[in-house]
Design a protein around this ligand. Structure first.
Ligand SMILES: C[S@@+](CC[C@H](N)C(=O)[O-])C[C@H]1O[C@@H](n2cnc3c(N)ncnc32)[C@H](O)[C@@H]1O
Length: 328
C-alpha cells in the first residue's frame, strides 16, 4: 500500500476501533447484552425490554452483528460465542478497569495491581486461568503440532511451571496417550488445571505440585519437556534465571524447555504486543516483555543450548515459542 493509502486505512481502523468499543460498552450499559443472554429477540422486543428506542437499537444491533457480538437471523438477534466469552469472563469490560488507570500510571509509574507479586497472583489467576485457556487454545494446538506431538515426539513426561489452566501441556498430552503432565502453580489455580484435564479426559495423567515454582521440590532429571507459559514476562531477570535453572535440573539431558510469551516479530502482533507491554505496566510492578536475545542469554546461562524462536501464526498473533535443548 502507498503511504497515502496506509494513512487513510489507519485512520478508518482507529475510528472503527473506538466506535466499536463505544457500541459494546453501551450494549452492556443499556442492558441489551444481559437481555439477549436470556434468549434471542427481535430489535423491537429488545428495545421494549431495555426501555430504549427501537430505531437506535436496530442500528446498534447491526453494528454488534458486524463486530461478531450478536448474530441476526430473520430479524431475531442472539449472542455469539464471542459475546458469551466476554460476558462470562473477567474481561467483560474490555479491560476498562486497567485502562482507566492509565492517567495515574503516567503520573506515578505505579500499577493498579501487582499480578507479579506472589501474594496477589493466586487470587488474580484463579479467576483468569480459564479465560486464558480459551484465548490460547489455538496457539496451544499450533505449538503441539510444531513440537511434533502425536507425530514424531518422544517427549513423554511434561513439566508445566506456572501452569495456570495447563492448556499448553495438556493439549500436547492429549496428542500422545503415553504422556503425562506435572503442573506447578498455586493451589487455587491448579483447580483450573484439574478441570482442564477432566474436560480433556486426562485427569489420570495430571499430577499437581502446589506452591511457588521457585521453591517447590522438583524431581531431578525426570522430565523430557519443561514449559514456561507466559511466565517469563512476570519475572525479573534473576527470577527467570532461577526458574530456568530449576527447569534444567529437572530435565533429562537432551530434554527441551519451551517458553511461550509475547515476542516481537510474530505474524501480525505489533499492536497486540505493544498494548500487552502497556497492560503489564498497568497490572504488574516489574512485568516486562523481554527481547528474545535476553531470554536466550538467560537460557544459555541456565544450561541450555542455542534457542530457536517459532512463530505461532494463530490468534492472538503476538505469542510465540522459544525452544532450547538441555545441554549435557
Ligand atoms: C500469565 S499466567 C500463565 C498461565 C499459563 N501458563 C498460560 O500460559 O495460560 C502465569 C501463571 O503463573 C503462576 N505463577 C506466577 N508466579 C508463580 C510462582 N512464583 N509460583 C507458582 N506459580 C506462579 C500464576 O498463578 C499463573 O497461573
Amino acid at each position: 500500500m502507498t503511504d497515502e493509502l496506509t494513512v487513510r486505512a489507519r485512520y478508518f481502523e482507529l475510528m472503527n476501533m473506538n466506535g466499536a468499543a463505544h457500541v459494546y460498552r453501551q450494549a452492556r450499559a443499556s442492558g441489551m447484552l444481559a437481555a439477549l443472554l436470556e434468549g434471542p429477540m427481535t430489535a423491537s422486543e429488545l428495545a421494549r425490554q431495555c426501555e430504549i428506542r427501537e430505531r437506535p437499537t436496530r442500528l446498534m444491533l447491526a453494528a454488534l452483528d458486524a463486530m461478531g457480538v450478536v448474530a441476526g437471523v430473520d430479524e431475531s438477534f442472539s449472542l455469539t460465542a464471542l459475546a458469551r466469552m466476554l460476558i462470562g469472563g473477567g474481561y467483560r469490560a474490555l479491560g476498562d478497569e486497567y485502562w482507566a488507570h492509565l492517567p495515574t500510571l503516567l503520573e506515578s509509574d505505579k500499577p493498579l495491581q501487582r499480578m507479579d507479586d506472589v501474594g496477589e497472583s493466586e487470587s488474580h489467576y484463579r479467576s483468569q486461568a480459564a479465560a486464558l485457556a480459551w484465548m490460547l487454545a489455538p496457539a496451544a494446538e499450533a505449538a503441539a503440532t510444531a513440537l511434533g506431538f502425536g507425530a514424531t515426539t518422544a517427549e513423554k513426561s511434561i513439566l508445566d511451571l506456572g501452569a495456570g489452566s495447563a492448556v499448553w501441556s495438556l493439549t500436547m498430552a492429549r496428542r500422545d496417550e503415553s504422556s503425562t503432565v506435572t503442573a506447578v502453580d498455586w493451589p487455587a489455580v491448579l483447580a483450573v488445571a484439574t478441570s482442564t484435564a477432566e474436560r480433556f479426559g486426562l485427569a489420570d495423567r495430571l499430577t499437581t505440585l502446589p506452591g511457588n515454582f521457585h521453591q517447590v521440590e522438583l524431581p531431578a532429571a525426570a522430565f523430557d519437556l519443561a514449559i514456561l507459559g507466559n511466565v517469563t514476562h512476570l519475572e525479573s531477570r534473576e527470577g527467570n534465571l532461577d526458574v530456568m535453572k530449576r527447569a534444567r535440573t529437572s530435565l533429562r539431558t537432551g530434554g527441551r524447555i519451551v517458553i511461550f510469551d509475547v515476542f516481537p516479530g510474530q505474524s501480525k502482533g505489533d499492536l497486540n504486543r505493544t498494548l500487552y507491554a502497556l497492560g503489564l505496566a498497568l497490572r504488574t510492578e516489574s512485568g516486562t516483555v523481554y527481547a528474545p536475545e535476553e531470554l536466550e542469554a538467560l537460557l544459555a546461562e541456565a544450561g541450555f543450548a542455542a534457542a530457536e524462536l517459532v512463530d505461532l501464526p494463530v490468534p492472538p498473533f503476538a505469542v510465540g515459542m522459544m525452544v532450547a535443548e538441555a545441554s549435557g
